[in-house]
Design a protein around this ligand. Structure first.
Ligand SMILES: C[S@@+](CC[C@H](N)C(=O)[O-])C[C@H]1O[C@@H](n2cnc3c(N)ncnc32)[C@H](O)[C@@H]1O
Length: 410
């Protein structure tokens, strides 16, 4: 993208294919450090000529990514180059190298004097196979700002640029994070913006659904009619049907799809039906909800481990797969999901297994959302506190010394 400028002749934009071609970089300072990764990513055969280099540039040389000649520039360095970046701290060397580049017809970027350079580096960025390169003449900050706006927009889907090729129908299992719409990943947000059909859970960033264009079909997973089939089977079938109809389907889940999210059941059902499935990890409530309430799941000198446990069945229920007695013997943090109803029974089981009754407990309801609230208790009091305070799901219960932290946070 080039902006019309008072200059009589604006730069001509082009994409150089530098793989295997000799590129000479003069100077190993900050400018080289910023430009080298893109040259190396393009596969250029880079020779760096410089008596010194920043530690990052030196690391690239040590890793064999480029050839470093530890000396100042000398005439002849640019002879066989296809492209040159001149960025030493010595203006005379820069001028001499530029003159050599001109004689040999090597396109040359010069960091200290854009006016006499024969090439300019655009502000570049990449998103999902698209390279964005922006030149604004003499305003590199504006170039960077325009680049950022385009790349960010492409990444999060706010800049809609439909694909006309390589748009394959399929399903993306997207972890939406704990509820705050800002906590979905950039990839998740983009896929949501590209979807034809979204099947959403009750938990997760539901606000984002309002932003979808009217043609997108939004289906509430809790309301899929399932007759005699199991609810999960009905959801799997809905995913398969829509994907088979050629739609791009997003299965939007709360937190991370693979943390008590039944994501694997859906992925397996899709694989069995021969449907392409992408899994986009999400920010799990198990870590983010405590964090949002000021509770770190680990803390130096306090907890060296944390264990995430589902409390959806009571400890004495025969369906329980959890060894509560073993958990009672741990000294680190226990993070309970889906445990509001069974909190008293779980606390009793942990105390019976030896975990002290005065162990701090923090209960965080509707974490990261406007209605977030935190209720503090101990292992001995948590069952009663949850009842007395009217705590309702969704809530995360954190047990351990870390739960004494952040009490004065909102
Ligand atoms: C079926 S699990 C799904 C967990 C999800 N896959 C994740 O990684 O966060 C649902 C439980 O997650 C917890 N949860 C999810 N979002 C929450 C939130 N915003 N605030 C508090 N707890 C939340 C609650 O314990 C809730 O009962």
């Amino acid at each position: 993208m080039t902006e019309t400028h008072p200059d009589p002749a604006p730069a001509y934009p082009v994409g150089l294919r530098l793989a295997g071609r000799r590129v000479v970089v003069l100077g190993g300072g900050q400018v080289a450090q910023r430009r080298l990764p893109a040259l190396l990513a393009a596969g250029a055969d880079v020779t760096l000529v410089s008596p010194s280099a920043t530690p990052s540039v030196e690391a690239m040389a040590d890793a064999g990514e480029l050839t470093w000649e530890r000396r100042p520039y000398r005439e002849g360095d640019l002879a066989d180059a296809w492209y040159a970046l001149v960025c030493t701290r010595d203006p005379e060397a820069n001028a001499a190298a530029s003159a050599e580049a001109e004689r040999h017809r090597v396109w040359c970027v010069r960091s200290d004097d854009a006016e006499s350079a024969t090439a300019w580096t655009p502000a570049t960025g990449r998103s999902e196979g698209v390279t964005v390169a922006v030149l604004t003449g003499r305003d590199p900050r504006r170039s960077a700002a325009v680049r950022d706006a385009i790349v960010e927009g492409l990444r999060d889907g706010t800049l809609v640029a439909p694909r006309h090729r390589a748009r394959t129908p399929g399903v993306a299992l997207v972890g939406g994070g704990p509820g705050d719409p800002d906590l979905i990943t950039v990839r998740g947000r983009r896929l949501l913006a590209e979807a034809d059909v979204v099947i959403a859970d009750r938990l997760g960033p539901r606000d984002l659904l309002d932003e979808l264009p009217p043609h997108v079909e939004v289906i509430d997973a809790a309301k899929i009619p399932y007759g005699r089939a199991m609810a999960q089977e009905a959801i799997n079938n809905a995913l398969i049907e829509h994907a088979k109809a050629g739609k791009q389907v997003v299965r939007l889940k709360g937190g991370d799809p693979f943390v008590f999210g039944r994501g694997m059941e859906e992925a397996e059902a899709l694989a069995e039906a021969g449907i392409a499935c992408t899994v986009v990890p999400g920010v799990t409530s198990a870590i983010s909800v405590p964090g949002a309430a000021g509770v770190p799941v680990t803390h130096r000198g306090v907890a060296h481990e944390f264990t995430v446990v589902s409390g959806h069945v009571a400890p004495d229920d025969e369906r329980s797969l959890v060894d509560w007695t073993a958990l009672a013997g741990l000294t680190g943090t226990l993070v309970l999901l889906m445990a509001v109803e069974n909190s008293g029974a779980i606390a009793a089981k942990l105390m019976a297994g030896g975990r002290p009754g005065d162990t701090p407990v923090a209960v965080i309801q509707e974490g990261t959302m406007a209605a977030q609230r935190r209720v503090d208790a101990t292992l001995a009091t948590v069952g009663e506190t949850v009842r007395a305070e009217g705590v309702r799901p969704p809530a995360v219960i954190v047990i351990g010394d870390v739960a004494a932290r952040g009490r004065n946070q909102r």
